[in-house]
Design a protein around this ligand. Structure first.
Ligand code: AMP
Ligand code: ZN
Length: 670
């Protein structure tokens, strides 16, 4: 594709294709191509747009995420107020709701829509001439924050509606932005790895994400949306809620397939009961069902109070609770020295699983709830990951209990604990506290870090306890006689361990960086830093500004890394690691070694040892290029597991097809 005219035509085609696949994937949930093929389309479009920047259109699928974080969110006055919903936990009250409806519109068989009440945050999307013009949060219902840049970063929100679907020229759709549970778990795992506070539940995570000023972060989080109403439905000629849902879906907006049109309250209640039992099947949390009078004419007749519409009500599911006894209050010491009080409970079943521990978060929380050893407590398992103590059942408190006092000394190393002013957490300040050390060593050895399989939990415990290991560098000084004779350590496994340690010396810099357990440095940040600075020394010497200049790295992370390298104890550690012969430089593809200069690669299928992005980066670092489709110009087609049709095409053309091992060899320059 050499001429500009041809490029323009192709870019147009690609955009249409990508939009069609986005719709199939995000809205309809039935993709026709693999993620990989989709990525390839997008990459091809990016390539064209990079060559002809004037061909970029603002609604191009490549333009979802802008480069510049916003300064703040401007406030926007809703054209139609965003009301809350009246709610109830009981069937009787639901019947009373219907009685109130009858009083206004007369007794008749009412058709309702029943929709799941997704537990996220509400969002208004303004579409003008089929293009996303604005996204506004609910705010106080009258004014919200304009978060358009963040909304554009959510793939499930179309930038352009379906052509020819008859969408109105100007309308406002409302819906719920949420974070799927699986994404939530991944995010929390990453945060924990980076020594950051995890989010309590998916809703907090979604809300925190939308408050982020950097759309690039929003894009990575994987938010979803389900639209449930048209704010100006009257203007656009829709006559019922059910029709609104159907129309929005036709226009290309994602609506909840689990909605039902019900004749009368009994059908509504069936729906409520059915989903109460099936909640667990959903990829998101719900806190109940929203019941709406379907007919807009009736809705209008019913009107609203100052707080909520009279034509809708939320039937809420109770959070699952149970009472049990506190056997003890333990204190856990985390990798960063943070002390967390935990209630050890008499095992009890809540929401289908056995609970024997509940977090008490921090000492203030214990004091506020006055939880004591011996107390009977009400615990709850809502959308939160860890069950929590709701309150103490005071009447059941036995004689002789005492208020809980935070430990003055670390339960593990006996060092006096500290609680810095203005912080809620108490810490063990001892950097070589065995509890912290154990956690840090485990982290160091984990698969995504230095990958030392033989260094399991029990072994780490013994090494620390016996005083054989005080820091990461000590691991590399272990001798056979140190290890043999430890519990469950025969000579063979001891040798294995030493061999694995030996191999781990040459792990990539990014793994080492991640393994060091610097606060805020998760896998992704470690990769970015390694790519940019290429050696531990260079990173140690880098000023904060230089780190912040790295795409995706913010001030908190930069400051944390900077401070870590300024700590004399850490400087000694780095020195020791270098002395121990660990690889502290990214040497595989030093900038000069452009071993793949001029080579064109096509990737298909899943590689075992690296992600698609890593493979591409590795090729590009060496001067090669990755394209999405196979042609005569292709130098190599790399075939992983479950390859697509490209592999066949490559064979037809008689191209060089390489498997993962051969690919790695190519990268290694062999
Ligand atoms: P509440 O905040 O409890 O007053 O409930 C009102 C909120 O429920 C709305 O602002 C929406 O964010 C949310 N919601 C979730 N699903 C729906 C739905 N299908 N229809 C209306 N509101 C919903
Ligand atoms: Zn300690």
């Amino acid at each position: 594709m050499t001429t500009r005219a041809a490029a323009e035509k192709r870019a147009h085609r690609l955009r249409e294709e990508i939009r069609r696949h986005e719709h199939l994937y995000y809205v309809l949930g039935r993709p026709e191509i693999s993620d990989r093929e989709y990525d390839a389309l997008e990459r091809e479009l990016r390539d064209i747009e990079a060559r002809f920047p004037d061909l970029v259109t603002p609604d191009s699928p490549t333009q979802r995420v802008g480069e510049t974080p916003s300064e703040e969110f401007p406030s926007f006055a809703h054209r139609v107020r965003m009301l809350s919903l009246d709610n109830t936990y009981s069937e009787d009250e639901l019947r009373e709701f219907e009685e109130r409806v009858f009083r206004i519109v007369g007794e008749q068989e009412i058709v309702y829509t029943a929709e799941l009440k997704v537990d996220g945050l509400s969002m208004a999307l303004h579409y003008e001439k089929g293009r996303l013009a604005r996204a506004v949060t609910r705010g106080d219902g009258v004014r919200g924050d304009e978060v358009t840049a963040n909304a554009r970063a959510i793939r499930a929100i179309p930038l352009v509606l379906r052509e020819g679907s008859g969408f109105p020229a100007d309308f406002e759709a409302r819906g719920e932005v949420y974070l799927p549970r699986s994404r939530f778990e991944t995010i929390n795992r990453d945060r924990a790895e980076a020594g950051e506070e995890p989010f309590a539940n998916p809703r907090n995570a979604a809300a925190g994400t939308m408050k982020n000023l950097d759309p690039r972060i929003v894009a990575r989080r994987g938010l979803e949306i389900l639209l449930y109403s048209i704010a100006n439905a009257g203007e656009v000629g829709v006559t019922s809620q059910w029709e609104a849902l159907e129309r929005m879906r036709a226009w290309g907006l994602r609506t909840n397939p689990a909605s039902r049109r019900c004749r009368g309250l009994d059908e509504v209640l069936d729906f409520c009961h059915e989903w109460q039992g099936r909640r667990g099947e959903l990829e998101y949390d719900i806190d109940g069902v929203v019941v709406k009078v379907d007919d807009f004419a009736l809705q209008e007749e019913l009107g609203s109070t100052s707080k909520f519409p009279r034509w809708a009500i939320a039937f809420k599911y109770p959070a699952e609770q149970a009472t049990t006894r506190v056997l003890d209050i333990e204190v856990q010491v985390g990798r960063t020295g943070k002390l967390t009080p935990v209630a050890i409970l008499e095992p009890v079943t809540v929401a289908g699983s056995t609970v024997s521990r509940a977090t008490l978060h921090n000492e203030e929380e214990v004091a506020r709830k006055d939880v004591r050893k011996g107390d009977t407590v009400l615990i709850e398992k809502g959308g939160d990951v860890i069950p929590k103590v709701v309150r103490v059942v005071e009447d059941a408190r036995p004689e002789g209990t005492r208020r809980w006092v935070p430990p003055e000394r670390c339960p593990i190393c006996r060092e006096p604990t500290v609680r810095p002013e203005g912080e809620v957490d108490r810490r063990c300040p001892n950097a070589s506290c065995p509890a912290q050390l154990e956690e840090r060593l485990r982290h160091f050895a984990r698969r995504s870090a230095m990958d030392i399989e033989g260094l399991g939990d029990s072994l780490v415990g013994q090494l620390v306890e016996k005083g054989l290991v005080h820091d990461f560098a000590d691991l590399y000084r272990l001798r056979l006689e140190d290890v043999v004779g430890l519990e469950r350590m025969a000579e063979k496994s001891a040798r294995n361990l030493l061999e694995q340690l030996e191999t781990s010396r040459s792990r990539e810099l990014r793994r080492l960086l991640f393994g060091l357990g610097i606060r805020h440095v998760g896998e992704r940040v470690a990769l970015l830093l390694a790519q940019r600075f290429r050696s531990l020394d260079a990173l140690a010497a880098a000023p904060v500004e230089e780190m912040e200049a790295v795409h995706e790295i913010g001030p908190t992370v930069a400051r944390s890394v900077h401070d870590w390298f300024r700590d004399p104890a850490n400087q000694r550690l780095v020195e020791q690691l270098q002395k121990a012969g660990l690889r502290t430089e990214e040497d595989a593809a030093a900038p000069g070694s452009r071993t793949l200069e001029g080579k064109q690669f096509v990737l298909t299928g899943t590689l075992e040892s690296m992600t698609r992005g890593e493979a591409q980066a590795a090729i590009e670092e060496r001067g090669g290029r990755v394209t999405s489709s196979v042609s005569k110009k292709t130098s190599y087609v790399v075939v992983g597991r479950d390859p697509g049709s490209k592999a066949d095409k490559a064979r037809e053309l008689g191209l060089d097809v390489v498997d993962e091992a051969a690919f790695r060899a190519l990268l290694g320059g062999e």
